[in-house]
Design a protein around this ligand. Sequence first.
Ligand code: 6PG
Length: 247
Amino acid sequence: MTVSFCSLPDPEAVGIRAASIVIGRSKIARDSKGRFTVAVSGGSTPLRLFELLGATFRKDIEWGRTEIFWVDERCVPPDHKDSNYKGAHDALLSRVDIPPENVHRIKGEISPEEGAREYEKELLRCFGGTGLPEFDLVILGVGEDGHTASLFPDAPSLSEGKRVAIPVYVEKLQSWRITLTLPVLNNAVTVLFLVTGRKKAGIVKEILGNGKKSPEYPASLIQPVSGEATWLLDSEASFRLKGMFRD
Ligand code: 6PG
């Protein structure tokens, strides 16, 4: 397991570097496994990456051999403004020739437990019966409180060791979500964190600067068992890590 991080000038540079990593991982997976499986996050940070993959770099990925999943979803319909599926659909999926059967949406419109169970079935169908799903790439963001996916600080969901997807009620948001669990996220070949903006500088400092690793900081628990985690930060999010970067 390796964790690396780099600081880039601005969100655009983060998006472009992320796109090159996605393209690189997709080629490796396609050539070695015949397909590329990627799980994406919601929120605002990945949107520029999605736009770049749907436009500038559209031809650099073999969409017919790409299987897209989500790391989490809000329990809302797919056309709701808060839907993580909608975010990816509008910025990316509506602009590329990805076969509908390769888009594995979490059903936020049904009950949280049913949505989680259906997603688990879909994951097991796509990755085969027994072991944990192994994504070629998982793209994560980090909240100011250190949450990632829908794994929030000190939540019981952090100790889920059996299920691959679970419903979670997020008290502070007063809303239900469905999320992949830590064992699945840590079973990925590559995890890519995208973190931009000064508001994230504090949590970045805690996790990458002070080496915090605890349920208080769920993103700190993302340590791929045999894979690698790369943090792409812009200068705003990394400014409190001064002096920690190799030139
Ligand atoms: C979600 C995401 C969540 C997100 C962080 C950061 O469903 O909201 O999966 O974990 O990555 O909240 O969000 P921003 O990118 O908007 O800062």
